[in-house]
Design a protein around this ligand. Structure first.
Ligand SMILES: C[S@@+](CC[C@H](N)C(=O)[O-])C[C@H]1O[C@@H](n2cnc3c(N)ncnc32)[C@H](O)[C@@H]1O
Length: 300
């Protein structure tokens, strides 16, 4: 027996939709995989047929990229991942396609190595990047007094991008901010990011069925083998806009549509946990609103 020391399988929204015939897929308006649904949604914002060089950061098992390749075989993906275990899995999933692989921490990656891509895909991993916890404004008050490089970096984001300063104690997704700044600074014309948001909301009409709370402050979530944080998307939005990108943002439900049948209404209203399947469905529908995406497009 041994323990996996790198990141392993995780029930991401993408993984939840991966197997054909999963009960989750039955509630969708269109029974399809995460990547196919995402590809079609991205097509509303970018000319998918003209995109070839794609970098995916943190591709997990490679399911999302396989879906994108099934839609467009002309793609030439580069998979960049911290985990040798998951890179091996990606190589298995993507066998037969024209894919390159790089092992490394995206935050440490030389900016020169990420230029020249048409599209960057960052799905459900910004929350894995470092978050500063229990910050308060006093820590950032006087820039000249700050010597700690991490606090200086935090201050840089507030000053350079004029981020709204939260009152009291707060957490800051410093890794996610650094990652997005790096992608924008590289001038990649199209960027997609998706992650668990701390600013999620449900449309008024669905609030009696789907109840989720959002504090606006990144919160820790304990997962098997690691800890991650929800993402403050409004800060990412400010970074992208400062680099003259247009930003389109919404819940995953924008591209993963479901039919609100009487049966589904009942499951959601009763927060049904009488069967594994009903519990899974409740969790999944909530996730469609807890997770947000941003499509970021560089102005010509
Ligand atoms: C939760 S998985 C997401 C997998 C996939 N994108 C999906 O949506 O199913 C997070 C992925 O990000 C990778 N990762 C985490 N931190 C990273 C970093 N600093 N640099 C590169 N990859 C990272 C992990 O190894 C893993 O492949």
């Amino acid at each position: 027996m041994y323990e996996l020391i790198t990141l392993g399988w995780e029930l991401t929204v993408c993984n939840a939709l991966h197997p054909e015939g999963t009960p989750i897929r039955k509630i969708l308006t269109r029974d399809d995989s995460f990547g196919h649904l995402l590809y079609d949604h991205l097509g509303k914002y970018m000319p998918m047929e003209r995109i070839t060089r794609v970098i995916e950061i943190g591709g997990g098992y490679g399911y999302l990229m396989k879906d994108l390749l099934e839609r467009n075989v002309k793609l030439e993906p580069c998979m960049l991942d911290l985990s040798p275990f998951l890179l091996q899995k990606q190589k298995g999933t993507l066998r037969g396609y024209n894919v390159s692989y790089r092992e490394g921490d995206f935050l440490e990656t030389d900016p020169a190595d990420i230029t020249g891509f048409d599209l960057a895909v960052v799905n459900e991993n910004l929350g894995d990047l470092p978050t500063l916890v229990n910050m308060n404004e006093d820590l950032l008050r006087s820039s000249s007094d700050i010597t700690d490089p991490i606090l200086r970096s935090a201050l840089h984001f507030f000053e350079r991008y004029d981020l709204e300063r939260p009152g009291g104690v707060f957490n800051l997704n410093i890794g996610a901010l650094q990652a997005l700044e790096k992608l924008c600074a590289a001038g990649i014309p199209y960027i997609y990011v998706g992650e668990h948001s701390c600013e999620a909301s449900v449309p008024e009409a669905l609030r009696s069925f789907i109840r989720i709370g959002s504090t606006g402050n990144p919160e820790g979530i304990a997962l098997k083998g690691h800890y991650e944080y929800t993402i403050k998307f409004s800060y990412l939005e400010a970074v992208a806009r400062a680099f003259r990108y247009r930003v389109f943002r919404g819940p995953f439900a924008d591209f993963i549509a479901f039919d609100l049948t009487d049966e589904l209404r009942n499951i959601l209203l009763n927060h049904d946990s009488t069967s594994d399947e009903a519990e899974m469905v409740c969790q999944f529908i909530e996730d469609l609103y807890k997770y947000e995406y941003m499509v970021i497009i560089k102005d010509a």
